[in-house]
Design a protein around this ligand. Structure first.
Ligand SMILES: [Zn+2]
Length: 321
């Protein structure tokens, strides 16, 4: 049961029951509703300004994750740059020096980098941090492309050098461990048959008939025939300007057109042609000019052995061809 309110009536000088009705009731209700709405708005504003909605909380969490991933990505980009720069330094200062090639010019390394204009801002929006990262990525990609091309070039150079080193006549054409088979050196000598001073454009190795003769470098046999002066002779074209000749052989182990490797047996020592004793006459020709074959043995011998070989070659006076 609701409480009855009383009000003092000055006309009757009594407290009388008072009931809310009519306009007073409407005023009270309006005040109540107005205060309720104001209170609700206050609560709403206070809540929304101090507490995030669920969507906002999810977005903020996602934002933190994306920033962390972005930072990791930037760290990896900078690390890749650092490793690539290490490769570029090795390329210019080590590999190209070994292969006798000039370093790539700064114009080639830097050329063609367009920076932010290489991509459309529509793709990434106008965010300075993103533009910066895209620019760095473009530069990284450009440097990487140049380095890939450089390594392909180095690979070709290396293969060319390997082929050249393998082709170069670099060993003695006959087993000469004791160094005592070298009989006559390069230079002028009295020809044993014609009895006149003539140039000797090769080295003579005395050995018994049938001793194996070896190719001194990789190459292709261009000639294997009987010559009046050389007797049975083999020519090998090694490429890169080098040719070798092996004369006075007793027989052949190869024929024209054969591709051979350094150390392969190509024939056997004999005494054919203008020769007075069983031996091998060996010549090296570089760019159509005879050169002293002994110069090519240095890598195959110690310094002491090399000096001894020169001494032995110079000590002989009786020519064999
Ligand atoms: Zn000779």
């Amino acid at each position: 049961m609701s409480k009855v309110k009383y009000r003092y009536n000055p006309r009757t000088c009594k407290y009388e029951p008072w009931y809310l009705r009519g306009k007073a009731l409407q005023d009270q209700l309006a005040i109540f509703i107005g205060l309720s709405v104001l209170l609700a708005c206050g609560f709403y504003l206070t809540f929304t300004s101090n507490f995030d909605s669920l969507d906002e909380q999810l977005l903020k969490r996602e934002n933190i994750t994306l920033r962390t991933q972005w930072q990791i990505l930037e760290d990896r980009i900078h690390k890749s740059f650092s490793e690539l720069n290490g490769l570029i330094e090795k390329d210019d200062k080590n590999y190209r020096v070994i292969l006798d090639s000039d370093p790539l010019s700064p114009e080639i390394r830097q050329g063609g980098v367009g920076g932010s204009e290489k991509f459309s801002l529509n793709e990434i929006g106008n965010f300075p941090a993103l533009v910066y990262d895209y620019t760095i990525l473009e530069k990284l990609k450009h440097n990487l492309d140049i380095e890939v091309q450089s390594f392909e070039e180095l690979n070709e150079l290396l293969n060319d050098r390997i082929h050249m080193w393998a082709s170069r006549p670099a060993i003695q054409p006959i087993n000469n461990n004791q160094l005592d088979r070298l009989h006559m050196s390069y230079g002028s000598r009295m020809h044993p048959i014609f009895k006149v001073m003539m140039d000797h454009n090769g080295l003579d190795f005395s050995a018994s008939r049938g001793t194996p003769v070896y190719a001194t470098g990789d190459g292709k046999v261009t000639t294997a025939h009987l010559s009046d002066s050389y007797g049975n002779v083999i020519y090998i074209d090694h490429g890169h300007g080098y040719e070798t000749r092996y004369a006075h052989l007793s027989s052949f182990a190869v024929k024209p057109g054969d591709k051979i490797k350094r150390g392969h047996i190509i024939g056997y020592v004999g005494n054919t042609g203008n020769s007075v004793s069983s031996h091998l006459h060996y010549e090296v020709i570089y760019k159509n000019q005879h050169v002293n074959p002994i110069n090519f043995f240095q890598r195959d011998l110690s310094n002491k052995e090399y000096e001894r070989l020169i001494e032995i070659g110079n000590s002989q006076s009786k020519a064999l061809d």
